[in-house]
Write a protein that binds this ligand. Sequence first.
Ligand SMILES: *Cc1c(COP(=O)(O)O)cnc(C)c1O
Length: 397
Amino acid sequence: MTNFAATKALFDLPAGMIYLDGNSLGPLPHATAARVAHTVTEEWGKLLITGWNKAGWMDKPMRVGDRIARLIGAEAGHVVMGDTLSIKVYQALASCLEMTPTRRVILSDTGNFPSDLYMAEGLCRTLGDGYSLKTVAPEDVLDAIDDTIAVTMITEVDYRTGRRHDMADITARAHAHGALTIWDLAHSAGAFEVELAKAGADFAVGCTYKYLNSGPGGPAFIYVSPRHASRAVPALSGWQGHDAPFAFDLSYRPATGAERLRVGTPPILQLAALEASLDIWDTVDMAELRTASLRLTDRYIKGVEAACPSLTLATPREHALRGSQVSFRHPEGYAIMQAMIARGVIGDFRAPDIIRCGFTPLFIDETDVDRAVEIIADIMQNSLWDRAEYKTRAKVT
Ligand SMILES: *Cc1c(COP(=O)(O)O)cnc(C)c1O
């Protein structure tokens, strides 16, 4: 059984802080600094260029990808690390469009994270030739899938509301209409059990600096189903995805399988940080994580609703319809969040009115939830948010 009291002891969390933002930037595991320092001094410092072979740097994107695969229900050998999530979205989209040459429409929803939508827009502009991005309300995605759709590009959990799509249903309907699916797991990987292979997903992408605690700028991952791994043509055909990078051929020939989705030189120091966090994740049972997460989110919803009637729940109540974050709406949401942060309850604000908190059983427990609810209740009942200093917006909200 996963011991969540033990995992909590493995993180550096400032005393007195209740960190409800592990869904946006995961906290630092104790082991990370020494792991990164080892990679810097013992590998880079002593091995220099030979580190690519001797320290296994060249194989890291696939080896680390296998450890992520377990967390997202993917087949081993079909997840590869590198670049940022936005780049991986572009790559997956371009491959899917090339695999569905008679169709021109990318389907997404208005709750998707803007970067995914921007990447799709940019790709359509580059391709020209009638390509377009169609967005519908999150509830309307299933009905909007018809024979014109080339690919659905859906973020499983809405970054603002925490609403969760039904991956199996959408994937099945897309396939019934001859469309492919890309699942963005930014708010799923490390938040609950994901079953990519079982759902029959075609591609998936995600980042590791949120629930997976790899640190700011940590590498993204991309999954390609074994059905497509040897026919997906990488649009970003960098040398690390070549079949024989060190043959230095003048023309591109993709590597076999998912490795073709590598682009350039992998970020070895950030991968070392990610590996330190994955040592913790290796001990976690994802079903137990989900149970613990639902216990925490239910407790938070109940506590806040009882104490703060002016806050409106934006996250669906039903377990199957949500991820591991809870959002409340309030017109003064920004100031309320600043007041919470001033009291050590760290969440974030998402325009226009969302007070968002992530619940990560690895380092958040019932005591933290109860304390956070007490502080929010005090802020709301005594209008402690109503101060000029809490209303000036910073660059990152
Ligand atoms: C966090 C997030 C991103 C961020 O992309 P980066 O390239 O890592 O900055 C993109 N899409 C979604 C759905 C996200 O939640």
